[in-house]
Ligand binder design. Structure first.
Ligand code: ZN
Length: 416
């Protein structure tokens, strides 16, 4: 059941300013999920922060307070988007489609917030369209620049939007894919988007869909780096506050179920039929009432219990379980369930940045995927469940005898 605090926590909603009091699930305390440890860090103190998402009962934005300043999280980021093949494909298809739809060309400007290693903007560069990436993590921005993507190493806010406007920039398309959630000053950032957008420009925003998070028990996508969790109701509310209208919405399969929202200035864009239909579906599900958020905590606990029972049973039977992938989100689950290397001997990841490091909090070693071919473990737990089809195909050759498992939305042994 959702928990109402005895008294107010003193935290206010970052979208509408109302006082927050409704906790949707208590995941205990966790370290920052992208703070993979080096061997020399293992004897040091690891800071942990409370992980208790709350829902605003006025605008229904689900959120975590910003315990940690973004500068501590995003200045060295371990996630290089280009390491995911299906993600690159998704980006290429998007760039080609929106270029045709919006008639973008050499005179246009495409801006991306949180442009990472330039995986998306590279597609526009290839189409001859001028771009500007805005990316606070210097290490990934460097990779973007090296690939020919003009990139500013800055946090996006209204002040930066103003600076860019002063330099004569107005964006025909601003892309914010999986970025709004990572900006604690949400109102200020959305004001900046409105400021930087050309009069007939469009915003394309992708966010994981809260409806799917709740209905499919995707609690591992809750971590400190994600400050906000959006329903269309909540996203539309904050955009409207800054004079922006949601023109269209699409449901995408990415990240376990995302929304792609297209918005423009009021007057240039009008709310389309798909927007009304999805808002109705969210209201039907109760996402505009406190009751819509109860029941989630029990579901989360059930998933944790199932995983622990499975891992303990495998251990007792003398079978070895290892992980595939070391995504940030796995660390929420591993920490919440208290899973350490006695239950999960190691995990492997394609990203060389993580090799030789350890998962934060639970200290599970991260090795290169080649290890699986030598080792032939009994069970491989695919931690990034959203990429399970792609990963099980890769594992067909590497680990043909291992059973493959995912924990979310429920513990499942995959058909090979
Ligand atoms: Zn609110």
């Amino acid at each position: 059941m959702a928990d109402r605090e005895e008294g107010p926590t003193g935290e206010h909603c970052r979208a509408c300013g109302a006082l927050l009091s409704l906790v949707i699930v208590d995941l205990g305390a966790s370290p920052l999920c992208e703070s993979f440890l080096r061997p020399e860090d293992l004897d040091r103190v690891e800071p942990t922060y409370s992980l208790r998402p709350m829902v605003c009962e006025t605008c229904f934005l689900v959120q975590l307070p910003a315990y940690v300043p973004p500068a501590e999280i995003f200045t060295e980021y371990a996630y290089f988007s280009s390491y995911s093949t299906s993600w690159l494909e998704h980006s290429r298809a998007f760039a080609e489609r929106i270029t045709a739809e919006r008639d973008l060309g050499p005179g246009s400007l495409v801006v991306e917030l949180g442009s990472n290693d330039g995986y998306l903007l590279r597609q526009f560069v290839a189409l001859g369209i001028p771009v500007l990436g805005i990316e606070p993590a210097a290490n990934v921005a460097e990779a973007a620049t090296a690939a020919g993507v003009r990139t500013l190493v800055r946090f996006f806010d209204a002040a930066l939007a103003e600076e860019l406007r002063d330099q004569g920039m107005a964006a025909d398309l601003i892309v914010a894919n999986n970025t709004l959630a990572q900006i604690p000053g949400l109102n200020d950032a959305v004001a900046g988007l409105a400021r930087l957008l050309a009069p007939d420009g469009r915003l394309s925003i992708e966010v994981p869909h809260l409806l799917r998070l709740l209905d499919e028990g995707q609690f591992d996508t809750i971590y400190h780096e994600h400050f906000s969790y959006f329903s269309l109701l909540a996203l539309r509310w904050i955009l409207e506050r800054h004079g922006l209208v949601v023109e269209d919405v699409e449901e995408l399969p990415t990240h376990g179920g995302s929304l792609r929202v297209i918005a423009g200035h009021a007057g240039a864009a009008m709310e389309g039929p798909r927007v009304a239909a999805l808002l109705a579906a969210e209201r039907e599900r109760g996402l505009d009432t406190a009751a819509g958020y109860t029941g989630f905590a029990a579901r989360v606990e059930r998933i944790k219990d199932e995983v622990l029972e499975f891992l303990l049973a495998e251990k007792r039977a003398g079978r070895r379980v290892v992980g595939y992938g070391a995504p940030g989100k796995a660390n929420t689950l591993l920490n919440y369930a208290g899973i350490r290397s006695d239950l999960l001997a190691y995990t492997v990841d394609r990203n060389p940045y993580k090799h030789g490091r350890f998962t934060p909090g639970t200290r599970i070693p991260i090795l290169p995927p080649e290890r699986l071919s030598e080792d032939r473990p009994d069970v491989i737990w695919i931690l990034p469940w959203n990429l399970a089809p792609e990963i099980s195909a890769q594992l067909a050759h590497r680990a043909p005898g291992s059973r493959l498992m995912v924990a979310i939305p429920r513990l499942t042994i995959l058909d090979r």
